[in-house]
Design a protein around this ligand. Structure first.
Ligand code: BES
Ligand code: ZN
Ligand code: ZN
Length: 472
């Protein structure tokens, strides 16, 4: 529990500064000996005048990612020090920014204080009190709104993280659908869960093909939010929801299976973003389509050489059973476009090992066929403090997906793995403006890269999608 308080000093004062602090003229004169003000350096002065100094170094204090990281660092330090009441002195940060950055600051605070639930016994929650100081009086109302938005975004990111972290045996496809339904309960989001029988009637051969590998059946969740009924535009958000990816008969080596309970990070990001948009009552129209299933070994599993008939009618040769994400996304994207009549579509997925090889854990790969859409998405990513990189593609890459026996093949050979995976999915958007986001590297970190992360799920994509829809 975190309670926000305004305008009074409470417990430890947290001071963000570079080496430039006027130590000599303050009660903190002695601190100068120990604290140089380097980025993320901390120094704690206990006692009645208790203060925690956090170094800002030469970093750009208008960068959302930097602000989040500074806040989270301070909070993690306070947690170690068991200081459950503290005051964030933000005057130095507010010199450079508009109060709107309080949204990001709040996220940094909440994510810094957050403990991932574990299955260890005896985990307990602390009651935190955070006071915020340094906001000009006439801006206070807007500042409070920023904190509210930050708290909702934290909820959205935390939901995505918790789902991605949940072990495969504790989150089967239907469990995940139920968690999402529960999350959306008190919002204006409506929708349905298509069960295996429904998928059969609809002819979703790709989702059924992959999902047939498990005794826990596949399903597809469709969620609709109409925040602006006056306009016809509807954005389709499609997220990969593989609750566990063993690779199927093209089995992954044991080492590569680590973290594959997080192969539903795309679906989790969509659910989180949609939740935040609805809670904030944003004036946007969104339809989310989430194909959920497992990729395992059983008598019903696919094997290489199999041919699937997708929802759109396109036939697909299975070249590799571990390239399952694009198969389930093919049916979901086609459904979003044909049945739900979305006017633009984003798909997001932990899709390829190749993108991890390219960009590691900090940048996600993007393919897009509408440059205005990409510009808006990139702009949104700076508000979110996330990083994305646009990849090229052309007819040469499309050729790589040709099959001798079907319309398409689900693998494109040895090279350009991220590009061919994206282009496979693009085929099913059937000309609807399309943006594709591969978060295989950014959705999950073995050890945290940034202070606002924990080991495991990061909640990648949630905030960029939220800001993208909110602003374009
Ligand atoms: N879920 C994986 C991609 C992945 C890799 C996610 C690493 C997170 C971390 C995906 O289903 C997969 O296995 N892709 C294959 C495709 C290949 C067989 C064409 C890959 O990238 O190796
Ligand atoms: Zn796979
Ligand atoms: Zn996968």
């Amino acid at each position: 529990m975190i309670e926000f308080v305004w305008g009074k000093i409470l417990g430890v004062q947290v001071i963000f500064t570079d080496a430039d602090y006027p130590f000599a003229d303050s009660k903190y004169a002695q601190v100068k000996e120990y604290f140089t003000g380097e980025y993320l350096e901390t120094f704690f002065l206990p006692g009645d005048e208790g203060a925690l100094f956090v170094g800002t170094g030469t970093e750009d204090l208008t960068d959302i990612h930097i602000l989040k990281e500074l806040m989270a660092k301070a909070c993690k330090q306070l947690k170690k020090l068991k200081q459950y009441k503290f005051t964030m002195i933000l005057d130095r940060i507010m010199e450079k920014n508009d109060v709107s950055v309080l949204t990001a600051c709040t996220e940094g605070i909440c994510l810094g204080l957050y403990d991932m639930p574990t299955y260890k016994s005896g985990q307990k929650e602390e009651a935190w009190q955070v006071s915020i100081l340094g906001i000009p009086g006439k801006e206070l109302e807007r500042a409070k709104q920023g904190v509210t938005e930050g708290a909702i975004l934290t909820e959205a990111v935390t939901f995505a993280r918790e789902m991605v972290n949940r072990p495969g045996n504790k989150l089967r496809p239907m469990d995940f659908a139920e968690e999402i339904r529960h999350l959306m309960e008190d919002t204006k989001i409506e929708g349905e869960i298509l069960l295996k029988e429904d998928l059969e009637k609809l002819g979703m051969g790709a989702l059924l093909g992959v999902g047939g590998s498990s005794e826990y059946p596949p399903c597809m969740m469709v969620l609709r939010y109409r925040g602006n009924p006056a306009v016809k535009d509807v954005t389709g958000l499609v997220g990969k929801g593989i609750t566990y990816d063993t690779g199927g008969y093209c089995l992954k080596p044991g080492e590569s299976m680590n973290g594959m309970q997080g192969d539903m990070g795309g679906a989790a990001a969509v659910a989180g973003a949609l939740y935040a948009l609805a809670r904030r009552k944003e004036r946007v129209n969104v339809t989310a389509v989430l194909p959920l299933c497992e990729n395992r070994i059983s008598a019903g599993s696919l094997v290489p050489g199999d041919v699937l008939h997708t929802y759109s009618g396109t036939s697909v040769e299975v070249g590799n059973t571990d390239a399952e994400g694009r198969l389930i996304l093919a049916d979901a994207v086609a459904y979003a476009v044909r049945k739900e009549k979305v006017t633009r579509v984003l798909d997001i997925a932990t899709l390829t090992g190749a993108v991890v090889g390219m960009f590691g854990n900090t940048i996600a790969g993007v393919l897009c066929d509408d440059m205005q859409m990409w510009d808006a998405f990139r702009e949104a990513s700076t508000k979110a403090g996330e990083k994305y990189w646009l990849l090229p593609f052309g007819k040469e890459h499309e050729k790589m997906l040709e099959s001798q026996i079907a319309d398409l093949k689900n693998i494109g050979g040895k090279f350009c793995g991220t590009i061919t995976a994206g282009l496979f999915i693009r085929h099913f958007a059937e000309g609807t403006p399309w943006i594709h986001v591969d978060i295989a590297g950014t959705a999950w970190v073995k050890t945290p890269v940034y202070e606002y992360q924990n080991a495991g799920a990061t909640g990648a994509g949630v905030e960029t999608i939220y800001y993208w829809l909110k602003t374009s």
